[in-house]
Design a protein around this ligand. Sequence first.
Ligand code: GLN
Length: 491
Amino acid sequence: MKSLERGTVAETRALVASGGASAVEICRAYLDRVRAVDPRVQAFRTVLEAEALAAAGRVDRDRQAGRPLGPLAGVPLAIKDVLCTRGANTTCGSRILEGFVPSYDATCVARLRQAGAVLLGKTNMDEFAMGSSTENSAYEKTRNPWDPNRVPGGSSGGSAAAVAADEAAAALGTDTGGSIRQPAALCGVPGMKPTYGRVSRYGLVAFASSLDQVGPFGRTVEDVARVLQVIAGHDPKDATSASLPVPDYAAALPRGASGLRVGVPREYFPRGMDREVDGAVRAALRAAERLGARVGEISLPHTEYAIPTYYIVATAEASSNLARYDGVRYGLRAAGSEDLASLYVRTRRAGFGAEVKRRIMLGTYVLSAGYYDAYYLKAQKVRTLIRRDFEKAFEQVDAIVTPTTPTAAFRFGEKVDDPLSMYLSDIFTVTINLAGLPAISIPCGLTKDRLPIGLQIVGRRFDEETIFRLAAALEAELKFRDNRPAVAGDR
Ligand code: GLN
């Protein structure tokens, strides 16, 4: 095998299980890699070195004692800092949660530990997962491993960059409107948002509860499938998690694309679209045809309303979810307040960044008496129309393919002062959350500046298997993994 920190999830687990390398050796190789490249990438908010080595040691002792090993035994993973980790800082990229140490694990985190995974640390993100570039983090600036002058995407930019830079074998992110798929596309790695309800949201710090979903980044489609396998499934602690059986995702991977009906929505290839993105996605669609898929045009007519609908629903839910940060219960408490009301005001003024404040105001406005019907209620109705567009399309096709993002990675500062242009980077991803569907982004090519281009595959509700089938077949055909990011060049 190549160096220890380059193996896939399955290779790494097999190496540990066979005794070819110890989990501690593998963990050290990743920690060395983090030390070497993270000063430039800044993917991690917190590196949990001692805890990771202790977890790896437990895996090695289990092996020596002949105890059964979990499906991710010894596999080093990174966790977005929006997921609660017992005993470890969870900041959500916000000052308001500075110093907050959860007393419990999110269910997905607990399941990873149970499966023997080694958690390397917490990754940087846009504050409360609001953003598309990770520039809204109140902390460090995460850089794109393909070009340090460009953003990694967001809001799970740290997780995407960590996997792209080989600082973790895989990572968890969350996706409310694109926050796994968009950074996956910009960093050139696969990343999946599962069906709403597939993965428990217990212990995920809520942004917009009807849209939020946890999902994996991996270096391969198989790695994404193997991590999803562990975190998916019903959780009594989350009433919205589905009580459906979880299929064997790895078994779906080799089934190939032959016979799949693939729909290409014309609304996702607008006039004036970036030529390199258009070209790469269309080349991938030709590859799908070579693999035996039947590709045809479809229409999702309400697509043009997706961005306004999303930004009403998401901000309305956020304004309510973020009411809990009051300086009393968690994290930051502003000093010098005379009474409770001024404690709230001072804490929230000091603790929240500009984008979060903008969204709380927007969300409060669309929910307020007199505006509720015109905005929030109307948005809920349009959301239903968007969902029906997909239901109709899935009567004719098994999967839908679109570009993940309108452009490849943009430069720092390019959009951060223009919220609308930032919001538009999610134009192809927010519809999927509004409809509650599963979707993956896989890399499908490079621009002439060597920046990754992402392709999105959308499936029916709870049909992640078909997505994995098509994604794995395209991955093998397109061979994107032969390309290496700039940050890898110095090793
Ligand atoms: N970029 C979108 C937003 O800013 C989506 C974020 C997300 O999926 N968490 O809301």
